[in-house]
Design a protein around this ligand. Structure first.
Ligand code: CA
Length: 177
């Protein structure tokens, strides 16, 4: 009975993965649409001001979205560690919706690569779902951290942003080589 349960769980996980990778290159992110709550995602927030939660009402598709709220000016980053190949180029895309986002500096709601300034276009104000994306090079790294961000380096932001249906794919060799 236990063995059957484990096999069933495995089969379910495998089929969810298949859905996420449907249509083109494999999505390197785990739990990219927040179907498994906060599994694989970790939160950092400047002065611990940000609040991160799943939203079952405002979402894309059947699974919840991720909601980040900065009640005070903060940089809140919900990110995941992903194994990559050195010297390759990657594209990170996803959907963002905003409400009352006010920037105290450069960056509003965006998708970000940790450890620098590489990020998607950022959205402020109150906007409906919009797709954003950017490409980056892995350089010498074999692991990167990417994720959903309200704020940025030296950029503190207030308001609420929702994130959903994220995708990280390999697009080819780095153009920097
Ligand atoms: Ca979702």
């Amino acid at each position: 009975m236990i063995r059957f349960a484990i096999l069933t769980l495995f089969a379910t996980t495998a089929s969810l993965k298949a859905i996420e990778t449907k249509g083109g290159r494999p999505n390197l992110l785990e739990n990219a649409s927040f179907m498994n709550a906060m599994s694989s995602w970790n939160v950092t927030s400047h002065e611990n001001l940000g609040k991160v939660a799943l939203d079952k009402e405002i979402k894309r598709g059947d699974t919840p979205s991720l909601r980040i709220t900065n009640p005070g000016a903060s940089d809140t980053f919900c990110k995941q560690s992903v194994k990559v190949k050195p010297g390759m180029r990657y594209r990170f895309s996803g959907y963002i919706k905003t409400k009352d986002v006010v920037v105290k500096g450069g960056q509003a709601a965006n998708l970000s690569l940790d450890g620098g300034y590489e990020r998607s276009p950022s959205l402020d104000g109150s906007e409906s779902w919009k797709k954003v994306e950017f490409e980056f090079d892995s350089g010498p790294s074999d692991t990167v951290q990417v994720g959903c961000r309200l704020g940025g380096w030296f950029s503190l932001t207030t308001g609420t942003a929702w994130f959903d249906d994220l995708k990280l794919i390999e697009v080819g060799k780095s153009r920097k080589n």
